[in-house]
Design a protein around this ligand. Sequence first.
Ligand SMILES: [Zn+2]
Length: 294
Amino acid sequence: MFDCLIYNMKEQMALFVIENNGKTVLIDTGTSSEVDSLLNHLQNIGIDHLDYIFSTHVHVDHIGGVKRLSTQFPEAKIVVSEFYQKLPETKFAKKESDLAEYHEYLVQNLKNRVIYVGEGDIISLDDLKLEIYSAPGHTPEHIAILDRKNMNLFPGDSIGGHHLGSGFSRPTAYPPYFNHESYSKTVKKLSQIDNVKSISLAHFGVATGPEVQEVFKISEDVFKAYKDTVVESYQKNNGDLNLIITALLDKFGRSPNEIKHNRPDALIFRTLGGISIGFINTLDLKSKFKVDSK
Ligand SMILES: [Zn+2]
């Protein structure tokens, strides 16, 4: 695990490297700004090539470094969800979506280096098998990866954004892709995999032993608690987004990191506003409560 110090913040984004008998994998990349420190780190731990770079999902903190890293490591294959192959047939295909944009980049620049994977597919690092799980909800194309040799799961953001050190969680319920129903199914499916010994959390830490099932429980409970607050406040305040955000902040507070770094309210409001809109959209509250959302 490597703390890539995303946006110069500690313990907010973990990248994971696996090495087995000379074969190497990087799981997610951070944004392009963190590539230099990642390259230093790889050098420090004696990794001079990457066989595979996985993209768990399309968000910039997970794929933003692909362009630079694929140049730096010309042998690396880029592993993405097979969802991209049927993207044109989905409602997500519109030109300006970042899914379409990322796939266009891959096809135009790295066409022969892309590996599309789906549920049950295996990528082998010699005797270490990485099994793919389709894990939609946070985004529609999200994949999770299970290292079957160590029984370690890499869920990306598919089971939320739990911070193991502080115990603080916020739902990764951002528009435009968040779908609460698929999210819950994904959490349930991944929590039922037998004998998972650890979970490598992108945001942030490695859960082991009894923490594993705890993380899955939090993944469900935190989403439910935020959802209930959004719905209740939406109804009470006639869809006023500022009042919904204030209700979330009153109830769940700021993260330890936001307090420590005195993060401005405007930034916290933007995050909570995103989460609120994610729930409002996925639950279709606008038509349910017939209000003109402000
Ligand atoms: Zn994400």
